[in-house]
Write a protein that binds this ligand. Sequence first.
Ligand code: ADP
Ligand code: MG
Length: 262
Amino acid sequence: MLDVSAMQKIYQGEGRSVEAVRDLTFRLDEGELACLVGPSGCGKTTLLKCVAGLLQPTSGRVSLAGRPVTGPPPDMAVVFQEYGRSLFPWLTVQGNIELPLKQKKLPKQQRRELIDEALAAVSLSEFAKSYPWQLSGGMQQRVAIARAIAYQPRVLLMDEPFAAVDAQTRADLEDLIRSLWKRFQMTILFVTHDIDEAVYLGQRVLVLSSSPTVIQDDIPVDLPDERDQLTTRGAGRFTELRAKVYEEIQNAKRGPVSAQKL
Ligand code: ADP
Ligand code: MG
């Protein structure tokens, strides 16, 4: 579904260049939920922007369902970390969700149905007519998620989407993502710097090395598919997996390993 091959990204600035991503190769199968973790500044956002077609890689290839990504693909949605800024303050919740659907040229009746369904999925049905600034941070983030869901993307990219919400809301949003993933069978690439979150959510955890970035490790999460905050996080296997991811991130901080490890 998503194929990233030998991707490199060098930022060119006034007289200096920063190699943010050196050599990234990985694939996501259709319907997979993979988490990507790595030290802060290692290039996670850069990678996501390249995958979303918002940035052009310096070299290498990104393709989606067999087609090269040259601009924002129509069947992809992105939820950014700074959800507050990603919602338009002059539009209602409903208006925000509707905007990309209008760009997709969907008829009004269908737009209505998608909006209602997405708002119900994130438990915000009563807030359709509210403005984003009338809502709490966690609710705004749910609006951003509803907007992505209503769009019916085949691929959903999320960049540390829960970094700014409190612990309880975060746990609820994690469960929401897993249930929406099961229900809509999207392919999800979820970026986080939170190891526990990566293991809890993912079927797979990709660990990035520090910048210039390569894939340090690709760890399958062999936890049961039915997850819940208490049982899953209390399981012995969960503890083992997070220790393994932690260890890989520590190794990653010491510097890139050879990409041939994969
Ligand atoms: P992460 O999301 O993992 O924290 P980023 O992708 O934001 O990392 O950044 C990776 C590296 O690229 C960092 O060293 C950062 O300073 C650099 N970088 C990010 N954006 C730019 C830019 N527009 N111009 C120059 N350097 C950048
Ligand atoms: Mg980032």
